[in-house]
Design a protein around this ligand. Structure first.
Ligand code: PAF
Length: 305
């Protein structure tokens, strides 16, 4: 595959097979756990796709994968205040609910769960789910409390929706690993399915936050996928070679206009998210987080060493 096809080179698995959307099927919209409970008996084997809305092709791919494996698909749309830090973009996070409902109808979603903040958090959330040490590194270090917020809302969604399976993007690789661990450690009985990252043709991983990027910022941001590609191309050289190939791309991007300011670049064990030693063999993930202008972006590529 050529340099012009970063999606194919960065994704190790094929994306979920596309299914013809059940055009025009209007999903039932539930706003409360009680409304969900009334719908649940008719849904059979149920897949949940948890989202914060602003649905894009990455979410549509999750929904298509979910439809392949379940009788019914529920999509939750909830911008979760618990996972945003005080200086993050909670207020300006996009909330295009009508467009999201239309996207869900096009994708043949059966139920949309769109609760109000007061429904999810009727009072102080005193009891939360703590991710342990996996949640304190990388994203957890740069966004303190982020994974507590994610796990708490995901646990609540699981209790309210009662899915058999739940679908998460590999794009948020640490989130996926931490959710898997929560389900395992707390015996939640929901099968967690990871779906490969969807990329735009220029290589940028799809994200609701890409909408914040100006054209020039977007150009600079492409350094993230280029760095991952350089790392993946160096995988036969082992962890040291992988990291130095990726670092070289990011070092050049640090002097671009606008510059790419790296929060972290790391090669981690795919299950534990601890950094791998130089002689590591097994499944790893090369992860990167960086800021371009006001926008913070994350990306990763899974690698087998
Ligand atoms: O990945 C997301 O969109 C969110 O973190 C999630 C899983 C929906 C929880 O709010």
């Amino acid at each position: 595959m050529s340099e012009q096809d970063p999606q194919g080179r960065l994704n190790q698995q094929d994306p979920a097979p596309a299914r013809t959307p059940a055009a025009g099927r209007t999903p039932a919209v539930a706003r409360t756990p009680e409304e969900l409970a009334r719908l649940r008996p008719g849904l059979g084997r149920l897949a949940l796709v948890p989202t914060m809305g602003a649905l894009h092709i990455g979410h549509r791919t999750l929904i298509a994968a979910a439809r392949e494996q379940a009788d019914s698909v529920a999509v939750s749309i909830f911008v979760n205040p618990l996972q945003f830090g005080p200086n993050e973009d909670f207020d300006r996070y996009p909330r295009p609910l009508d467009a999201d409902l239309a996207a869900c109808a096009e994708e043949g979603v059966d139920v949309v769960y769109a609760p109000a903040v007061e429904t999810m958090y009727p009072g102080e959330q005193m009891v939360t789910v703590h991710p342990g040490r996996m949640g304190g590194v990388l994203e957890g270090e740069f966004r303190p409390g982020f994974f507590d917020g994610v796990l708490t809302v995901v646990a609540k969604l699981f209790h309210m929706v009662r899915p058999d399976l739940a679908f998460f993007g590999q794009k948020d690789a640490q989130q996926l690993a931490v959710v898997r661990r929560m389900v395992r450690d707390l015996g939640m009985g929901v099968a967690i399915v990871g779906v490969p990252t969807v990329r735009d043709p220029d290589g940028l991983a799809t994200s609701s936050r890409n909408a914040y990027l100006s054209p020039k910022e977007r150009e600079s941001a492409l350094a993230l996928s280029r760095a991952l590609l350089a790392g993946a191309d160096a995988s036969v050289t082992g962890p040291v070679g992988i990291l130095s190939a990726a670092r070289a791309v990011l070092a050049a991007a640090a002097t671009a206009a606008p510059p790419v300011s790296v929060d972290y670049l790391a090669l981690v064990d795919a299950q534990s998210f601890t950094e791998v030693p130089g002689d590591f063999r097994g499944d790893a993930v090369l992860v990167v987080a960086a800021r371009v202008g006001e926008t913070r972006l994350i990306d990763n590529v899974p690698l087998t060493l």
